[in-house]
Design a protein around this ligand. Structure first.
Ligand SMILES: Cc1cc2nc3c(=O)[nH]c(=O)nc-3n(C[C@H](O)[C@H](O)[C@H](O)COP(=O)(O)O)c2cc1C
Length: 245
């Protein structure tokens, strides 16, 4: 039963033999892989550079106004809007320490296991329809597949029929190893929690940009994994978003 599975996982990933492994207090004693930031990149594919200057916004007002919106109008996003959305939800925002970068979201152990794939349904003046990967290091889109998405194509990857009227579908995947090589079974919790941090940033950043946003547990994971060309095991879909106007 589902409830038994979550109980089993939650209990067995509490502090204990399958919980946190011991982590030396001294950073210098950590294995190199705990200190390395792993970025996914597609060096042979073309890139689209993104913009960086956010609009002014009142933080508390954004929290009050945030809500899930599903009444999209098939209007495209401008590249600027997608740029700011990505940078301020999951992009590099400044130096962390020891040559590493901080991001818009908190990350257990700065392991940054989440990858983000925007799927542009509605071509705009400066952004063709297609499947992209957000290249965090370069703040750019890796162009995985420039192509159109029909309503039926969209329905094959997102459960809800209104997603077809969004401008962009966003898929978050997890590269589990980046986190679990340090935190073991318990790391699975941290990965999903981090996806939630990014998700809240999508909501607030969308609000600041005056665009609409809805979280999507309703993703067709296996179809998305085939589309993105990931194996669904070492890297797998964890969360989705519909963004539009
Ligand atoms: C993890 C998660 C998954 C969600 N999945 C969906 C979804 O698949 N479809 C949907 O319409 N809304 C989804 N939502 C949005 C919730 O329905 C929404 O946040 C809730 O009704 C509260 O409304 P509000 O966000 O406007 O405050 C999801 C929210 C979260 C946090």
């Amino acid at each position: 039963m589902i409830a038994d599975f979550s109980k089993l996982f939650h209990q067995s990933s509490k502090d204990g033999s399958k919980g946190h492994p011991p982590i030396p207090a001294n950073f210098d004693e950590w294995p190199d892989e705990w200190k390395t930031t792993y970025y996914k990149s597609y060096p042979r594919l073309p890139k689209i550079g993104l913009e960086d200057k956010p609009p002014a916004a009142d933080f508390f007002d954004l929290i009050k106004r945030r809500k899930s919106q599903r009444d999209f109008s098939r209007t495209p996003l401008a590249k600027y809007e997608l740029s700011i959305l990505l940078k301020y939800s999951c992009g590099n925002t400044g130096p962390l320490e020891k040559g590493r970068s901080r991001r818009a979201q908190a990350s257990g152990g700065a392991r940054f296991p989440i990858e983000v794939y925007p799927i542009v349904f509605r071509p705009g003046a400066d952004l063709p329809a297609g499947l992209y990967h957000y290249n965090v290091k370069d703040h750019a889109l890796d162009v995985l597949w420039e192509r159109n998405f029909s309503d039926e194509d969209i329905h094959q990857i997102f459960t809800y029929p209104w997603v077809k009227d969004a401008a962009v579908g966003i898929v978050m995947t997890a590269v589990f190893w980046r986190n679990q090589m340090k935190y073991g079974e318990r790391g699975y919790r941290y990965i999903l929690l981090e996806a939630g941090h990014i998700g809240q940033n999508f909501y607030l950043t969308s609000e600041a940009l005056g665009i609409k946003c809805c979280a999507l547990g309703g993703t067709m994971d296996q179809n998305l994994e085939r589309l993105i060309d990931i194996d669904g095991v070492t890297e797998s879909v964890v969360y989705g978003f519909a963004i539009g106007k």
